[in-house]
Ligand binder design. Structure first.
Ligand code: ATP
Ligand code: MG
Length: 560
């Protein structure tokens, strides 16, 4: 009884893919082997949707003591690049996964795939078709009308073999003909209506050079590559569900290892897009500064922005595996980032829009080193000293000359505490010729020092600050949503580009940060107190400090 209830508990927490795997293991399928693969096409950088796929592929292998291969699906030579291969590997490693020595390429299997195709021809299950791509697709018909058989469908095996060999040798120009599977032109599944297996492309593929003049179509290369590698679970997104009968047809006609395809829902995030092709458009049109622009949903963009591997993995676990497509609120990802950084990021002080404050009754030359804690969430992170003197910067919007009653920050005659320092009271202001405040004059209460304060009156506000004589200059980049619509890709009549947010990046060039940040470098992370989590950007060096706002302290955006 007790045993059963434990089992029920366990199975409740299993996702549907794990349920399949455990069933197979119980039935002794695949000699208990769990072997998955992550099959990116090296035609762009990985985005967080891909992370969902490879966390699942590598995660299941880890969980069941199996293996996960990294296989580049490099069958589309016109769009692929080694830059992408390297970036993809870096991103997978960044999230903590390891394919060991199993880095494979679909192009490694071109010989085997060619032989498989020849096998189909010999079984009279494939033919060389001289229809143009356009006519092939016209001839397919529509889901409700059957297709028309190609006039080349009944070529002899000998003729097909000869033509296929000519295709391979580069004796026929691009697009002269294709090799098609001979399946069923009346099938209700369009993918079964004599799909194209090979096209002629006298192109250069980065790994195979100019050796190959024909290229396998994705559907032909993909399933067979899985079989060649002995993949037991071929996990992919839902749009491939309708391709499954075709993959099963190939497996059965060729008599090869039956990898089991299981489909799951894509990850979609609100306010962004998840398509390498569209992300490339943003890069090429200059709407962002490259694939690793911190506004991009790419893993390299999120990394540059300061999102941590732990937060991304936690987010992906929280979202879980589903069978139906939906859009996940990006606020959930931001929550995961905030939660992780709250534990890890040291607190520091930075002023983004500084206004100078002069403490008139503080000795002119005096400098005090005030102790402050690095992270109240984690005492082991210790304390540091902050220099304090007569002149400090505070945020311009923390002072109001004529405030409403409930303004608990600084105003003439009102008191606030400077964090880890003293209670001050604003006395007067200096203005420039345009009436803008340039300096706020204050007095401080010497008995109010943090930690040894003897004051009993209630001080409502605490402000962050930096000593103006010790502060460092910094540039701070603030990011907003890249798109103004929660589903920019979901409009039939409008292009996603129309929803680009023109204010997604603000660069603040006159920020002041505390002197302890002098040696901050990418990818150091901080909480700028009261402002949010920030990281040091790649552009930082000895002469210039640049920070990115990773995420605000709380979800202010959704309240707008
Ligand atoms: P994109 O449309 O962004 O180019 P893709 O599917 O063409 O995506 P691939 O390189 O073929 O890109 O993807 C590798 C793997 O990642 C595939 O198994 C694919 O199903 C999966 N994948 C891609 N996008 C997502 C997503 N948004 N959520 C989950 N898995 C995804
Ligand atoms: Mg793809």
């Amino acid at each position: 009884m007790a045993d059963n209830s434990i089992k029920a508990e366990e199975s409740k927490s299993l996702n549907f893919i794990e349920l399949f795997i455990e069933e197979d293991i119980r039935e002794g399928k695949n000699e208990d082997r769990v072997h998955t693969r992550f099959p990116p096409e090296p035609n762009g950088y990985l985005h967080i949707g891909h992370a969902k796929a490879f966390c699942l592929d590598f995660g299941l292998a880890e969980k069941y003591g199996g293996k996960c291969n990294l296989r580049f699906d490099d069958t589309n030579p016109e769009k692929e690049d080694v830059e992408y291969v390297d970036a993809i590997k870096e991103d997978i490693q960044w999230l903590g996964f390891d394919w060991e020595d199993r880095e494979y390429y679909a192009s490694d299997y071109f010989d085997e795939l060619y032989n498989f195709a020849a096998m189909l021809i010999k079984k009279s299950k494939a033919y060389v078709c001289h229809l143009s791509a356009e006519d092939v697709s016209l001839g397919r018909g529509t889901p409700t009308e059957p297709g028309k058989p190609s006039p080349y469908r009944n070529r002899s095996i000998e003729e097909n073999l000869k033509l296929f060999e000519q295709m391979k040798k580069g004796e026929l120009p691009d697009d002269t003909c294709t090799l098609r599977a001979k399946i069923d032109m009346t099938s209700p599944n369009m993918h079964m209506r004599d799909p194209i297996l090979y096209r002629i492309l006298l192109a250069h593929l980065h790994r195979t050079g100019n050796v190959w003049c024909i290229y396998p179509m994705y559907d032909w290369a993909h399933g067979q590559s899985d079989s060649i590698e002995g993949i037991t679970y071929s996990l992919c997104t839902l749009e491939f569900e309708v391709h499954r009968p075709l993959y099963e047809w190939f497996i059965s006609e060729l008599g090869i290892f039956p990898s089991r395809q299981i489909e799951f829902a894509r990850l979609n995030l609100s306010y962004t897009i998840m398509s390498k092709r569209k992300l490339l458009q943003l890069v090429e049109a200059g709407h962002v500064n490259g694939w690793d622009d911190p506004r991009m949903p790419t893993l390299s963009g999120l990394r540059r922005r300061g999102y941590t591997p732990d937060s991304i993995r936690n987010f992906i676990n929280t979202v879980g595996i589903a069978k139906r497509n939906n859009i996940i609120d990006v606020a959930l990802l931001e929550f995961a980032v905030r939660e992780d950084l709250n534990k890890k990021a040291p607190r520091v002080m930075a002023v983004l829009d500084p206004i100078k404050l002069i403490i008139d009754n503080y000795p002119d030359e005096k400098v005090e080193e005030l102790e402050t804690i690095n992270n109240p969430e984690d005492e082991s992170m210790g304390t540091r000293q902050m220099p304090f003197c007569k002149e400090v910067y505070i945020e311009r919007n923390d002072f109001m000359e004529d405030p409403p009653k409930k303004f608990f920050r600084l105003a003439p005659g009102r008191e606030v505490r400077l964090k880890s320092a003293y209670v001050i009271k604003a006395e007067s202001v200096e203005k420039d010729e345009n009436g803008n405040i340039t300096v706020v004059h204050c007095t401080f209460d010497p008995d109010s020092k943090s930690g040894s304060s003897t004051i009993t009156r209630k001080i409502k506000g605490t402000l962050h600050w930096v000593s103006s004589r010790h502060a460092l200059d910094a540039e701070v980049r603030l990011y907003d949503r890249l798109f103004m619509d929660s589903d920019p890709d979901g409009h039939k009549d409008k292009d996603f580009m129309e929803f680009l947010n023109p204010d997604s990046l603000s660069i603040l060039k006159n920020c002041k940060v505390e002197p302890s940040l002098v040696s901050a470098r990418y990818p150091d992370q901080f909480q700028f107190q009261r402002l949010g989590y920030f990281n040091c950007d790649k552009d930082s060096n000895e002469v210039k400090l640049v920070f990115n706002r990773t995420v605000g302290l709380r979800d202010t955006w959704s309240k707008k």
